[in-house]
Design a protein around this ligand. Structure first.
Ligand SMILES: [Zn+2]
Length: 817
């Protein structure tokens, strides 16, 4: 076949996304009204606001081009757009209208003169067999009718169309030679793109070799399609991004584009990308080529390529409109993003007759669904507390239908966002779905204000635990600093149990909420003390599922260090970083002892991650948590080395040197910790933790391990809790029972011991000491000069102990009492 465009990539409209194709946009404003123009673009003005004279127009045109170039850079090069597509389309539309009114202002470098896209630097430039054009857009039925009339004028009334879902991903061209995948390229500027063969090869749905049993494969052919990401994969990726302290992707399209353009194909491989193909180009060979778009799809499918199953051949406008109406609703049930319908003239001979303009083919058009925005009222603004303590303001809305689901809440992100948008309780607002996933308040309809709206300010205390919140300079987030905050606990437990962390099957949010709510579990270490009987009393649980849950928790004790590290939810430590740290340091002791420089010596670990790890393990609550996990038999917390790490080999060597398994490694979990400690001078902190565990077990009859280990851990433990069990070695069981699992808050000074000593005492008995009073506090111990915490305890009706009562509770009769 010859000539341009015999089998052009019609789906491409999909490809470059709305940006490349949307510049024609008579439509951005249509149906959106002020909402469309209201996005985040600072310079948007109503389209009517057109300068009257040439000089004013020139200034406006230059300003618009500058903005568009800036947003192009953010969108195409950085994959980090600051405005949504509707806002961008509005800018393009204004520029185009001005250029139409003042044609003398059109220059070759205007964004309106570009096909779209630009190759990013690091990848080799590759020419496409035939240009990959953008599609014109249609935003209304009238525009589709006009398209149909143009087609009929050119080729007559015997015309059929193929309607396909427009996938919002990254367009690519795949070259197969002799049926083998030899090259993959991005769309780039339409003439040439970037060579991303190695990255595309990692997409599992992309066949490296075509099947030719049903239909012959030509000598050489270019196949075009769309790389995309499902909503699930997108969510997971963004969770990972946030865990690593990286900016989340704005939508699945950007996530897919960013993933394909990774320099390291291994990163691409980890990103769960998918592929749909829909077009052929550059057919070389004597085999008969398909004669219609419909046949193209069948051929691609026969070759073993992924072809979207929802395409339909339509014989007239009525059938087309029915298809559009159907998918305007059904698309919300798809696991990936579609933002329109691509309509192609089916007959390829007719396509040839129709040809193309410089920018787009005349035989295809992309119908775009209206932007998903809705107006509703803000009833209230609540604040939720996340795993890291970040306070997120959430707008409670009058329920409104948006993108196929009823929305009653929307994120307001942070205090800056609320201030910038000036969102008040009672406001009429415009909400949309970012990437059709998370509803977001984009704009306040200020004209609708009555004066009864109430401004909102972030609370000064955590709504869950009452701790004064902190705001770190340079960070947008306001945080609850209380590690024992129940809201944070709930989120942390959920994260700890998640599939990629400790993978505790059956421990879902509903169960965790009950466990935390009933005080059965306050942190992840408590999970390991759960008994089947109380579990069976929970809602939607029975004896059988309780037993299963206990078994699942039990099974998680042996998870490797990298999963434990990820599960701990250390800021900026996502799955990947956790794996790097586990492999490099081998045991949790070595990691805990590492300073910033040692951490930064690990490839990919920068100062921010290093600082976060150091801060986490310096925190006494976190050190105690590791100790308690070790005590509960979580092997990695007790120092079991990461499989395959140098430490794992060292343990084997040490065990051998010590005369066999009976020595160092005989009694897990104390054993591996003991083996790990000598390897690192500063291993004492966690070693001490294991020591506490061992010492407590010693009380239960496991003498040698504990007694042998605690003294050795002493120097490293310093001011840690390791000394506590030694100081109070003989605790009657009834005392332990009274204190274990209880939360204490100390306020004021005690006469018989320092506050640190008192806290260590409580913790040595299995209780916990926290810094602030909440409903979850069991006792407030009030000494000399007790202040606001005492008042708060009275307010909440929490038992207050004086020093004498406290000493009796912990089994130490007060002097003279
Ligand atoms: Zn809190």
């Amino acid at each position: 076949m010859d000539g341009q465009g015999d089998l052009w990539s019609a789906g491409e409209g999909a490809g470059a996304g709305p940006r490349a194709a949307g510049d024609g946009a008579p439509a951005a404003g249509k149906g959106l009204g002020s909402a469309g123009a209201g996005g985040r673009a600072p310079a948007e003005r109503p389209a009517e606001d057109v300068p009257a004279d040439l000089e004013a127009a020139r200034a406006r045109v230059e300003a618009l081009r500058e903005q568009i170039r800036h947003h192009d850079y953010l969108y195409y090069v950085l994959d980090r757009p600051e405005i949504d597509d509707a806002a961008y389309d509005a800018l393009m539309r204004q520029l185009r209208e001005l250029e139409q009114r003042f044609p003398e202002l059109v220059t070759p470098d205007s964004p309106t003169q570009r096909v779209g896209g630009r190759p990013a630097a690091p990848f080799a430039r590759v020419e496409h067999a035939e240009p990959m054009l953008s599609l014109d857009n249609a935003f209304s039925r009238e525009e589709l009718e006009a398209f149909d009339q143009r087609v009929r004028r050119a080729v007559g009334d015997d015309v059929a169309y193929v309607a396909e879902l427009k996938i919002d991903g990254l367009s690519i061209a795949l070259t197969y030679e002799g049926g083998r995948f030899v090259r993959g390229a991005t769309r780039g500027d339409g003439e040439a793109g970037e060579d991303v063969t190695a990255n595309l090869r990692t997409i599992r749905s992309l066949p490296l070799r075509l099947r030719d049993r049903e239909r012959p494969v030509p000598r050489r052919v270019e196949i075009r399609g769309e790389v995309y990401m499902t909503f699930d994969a997108f969510r997971r990726l963004n969770q990972e991004q946030e865990a690593r302290g990286l900016a989340p992707f704005a939508n699945p399209r950007n996530a897919a584009a960013g993933s394909v353009r990774q320099l390291d194909p291994a990163v691409t491989a980890s990103r769960s990308l998918n592929l749909w193909v829909y077009a052929l180009a550059g057919w070389e060979g004597d085999e008969p080529a398909p004669r219609s778009q419909w046949e193209v799809l069948q051929t691609l499918r026969a070759w073993g390529l992924p072809v979207n199953p929802h395409a339909r051949r339509c014989t007239g406008l009525d059938e087309l409109f029915a298809y559009i109406d159907e998918w305007a609703e059904r698309r919300h049930q798809l696991p990936y993003l579609t933002d329109g319908i691509v309509i192609k003239v089916d007959d390829l001979e007719q396509q040839r007759q129709l040809g193309a303009t410089a920018r787009s083919p005349r035989w295809a058009i992309a119908y775009k669904f209206p932007a998903e925005k809705a107006r509703t009222r803000v009833r209230d603004i609540l604040v939720s507390v996340g795993r890291t303590g970040a306070l997120t303001p959430v707008a409670v809305l009058d329920p409104v239908l948006l993108a196929g689901t009823t929305v009653s809440r929307a994120s307001l992100h942070n205090a800056d966002y609320i201030r910038e948008k000036d969102v008040r309780i009672g406001d009429l607002v415009v909400v949309h779905k970012a990437g059709e996933i998370i509803p977001e308040v984009v704009e306040v309809v200020k004209e609708a204000r009555t004066g009864a709206e109430r401004p909102f300010s972030m609370p000064e205390r955590c709504p869950a635990c009452g701790s004064p919140v902190v705001r770190v300079e340079g960070e947008a987030a306001t945080r609850c600093p209380n590690a024992a905050c129940p809201a944070q606990q709930l989120e942390r437990i959920r994260h700890f149990a998640s599939r990629d962390a400790m993978d505790i099957e059956g421990l879902g949010p509903a169960i965790i909420e009950q466990l935390v709510g009933r005080g059965l579990v306050r942190d992840v270490a408590d999970l390991y003390h759960l008994e089947p009987e109380p579990l069976a009393q929970l809602e939607r649980m029975g004896p059988k599922s309780a037993a299963n849950l206990v078994a699942a928790i039990d099974a998680s004790r042996g998870r490797p260090l990298r999963r434990l590290l990820y599960g701990l939810g250390i800021r900026f430590v996502g799955e990947r970083v956790a794996g790097l740290l586990a492999r490099h340091f081998g045991t949790i002791q070595r990691l805990m002892a590492a300073g910033p420089d040692e951490l930064m010596a690990v490839p990919e670990i920068g100062p921010r991650i290093a600082e976060s790890v150091v801060i986490f393990f310096r925190d006494e609550h976190n050190r105690q948590l590791i100790r308690r996990l070790a005590e509960a038999g979580v092997e990695a917390a007790a120092g079991a080395p990461e499989p395959g790490s140098a430490a794992a080999r060292a343990v084997v060597a040490a065990a051998t040197a010590a005369g066999g398994p009976a020595g160092a490694t005989g009694t897990a979990p104390g054993g591996p910790a003991a083996a790990g400690a000598p390897g690192t001078a500063a291993g004492g902190v966690a070693g001490a933790g294991a020591g506490v565990a061992a010492a407590r077990r010693a009380g239960a009859g496991d003498g040698a391990a504990g007694a042998g280990f605690v003294p050795g851990a002493g120097p490293g433990a310093g001011a840690g809790a390791a000394g506590a069990p030694a100081a109070w070695p003989d605790v009657p069981p009834e005392v332990r029972e009274r204190v274990a699992g209880k939360t204490f808050v100390f306020t004021g000074g005690l006469a018989s011991m320092t506050r640190d000593e008192a806290q260590e005492l409580v913790e040595a008995l299995g209780g916990r000491a926290t810094g602030s009073v909440s409903r979850k506090t069991d006792y407030v111990v009030a000494g000399e000069g007790a202040g606001s915490k005492l008042a708060r305890a009275r307010e909440l009706g929490i038992p207050v102990l004086d020093e004498a009562a406290f000493l009796r509770l912990v089994g130490r009769e007060p002097a003279g009492g």
